[in-house]
Design a protein around this ligand. Sequence first.
Ligand SMILES: [Fe+2]
Ligand SMILES: [Fe+2]
Length: 200
Amino acid sequence: MMPVALGTQGQPGFDRPFELMSDCHRRIEQFLAVIRRALEAYSSRELDEECSNALRTAQRYFREGAPRHTEDEEVSLFPRLRDLDRDDMRELLDAAERLEREHDEAERIHHSVDARIDRWLRDRQLTPAEVEAMVLDLDALDRLYAEHIAFEDDVLFPAAARALDREHVLRIGEEMAARRGLDASRTGPRGPIESRRFSR
Ligand SMILES: [Fe+2]
Ligand SMILES: [Fe+2]
């Protein structure tokens, strides 16, 4: 089983919130891949301790870290884009509504995956039907996130970075830090300890 290394690479500080949001996307992709590889390797044999731990780490990320990322967008970013009330942002705001619906859909599927991982960890082995259902869930999440994340990384975040003034951008970063129990002013650029904590 592959190790799950968090915070081994430096991260931007909270004064660069859009880069941090994109980093969250990389973690979403990474932890989905962890679950998929576990399914491929352990669908027909009992879980060992290493794989169990990797699954628990992925589970914890999707229970705790990923919802914070959704809040970063829905609470800290989208309302600020709406408040701009600019014609050229209207298309982007329509997209933000679609993104919120996709967040709900992703949350529903993550819930299903989470419950199956619980059973997997408890019983050490999944039934073939459970394996199949989990593969379908992971496929659905991959499809959903592929477009969703590409749109946010390539279109929404760059447009938001251009449209919002520096003060708003810094406020977003402060809210992201507070959401994780951190003080934005204490987080130096690429501090490894704060990065690890941010990853949770
Ligand atoms: Fe999103
Ligand atoms: Fe996102």
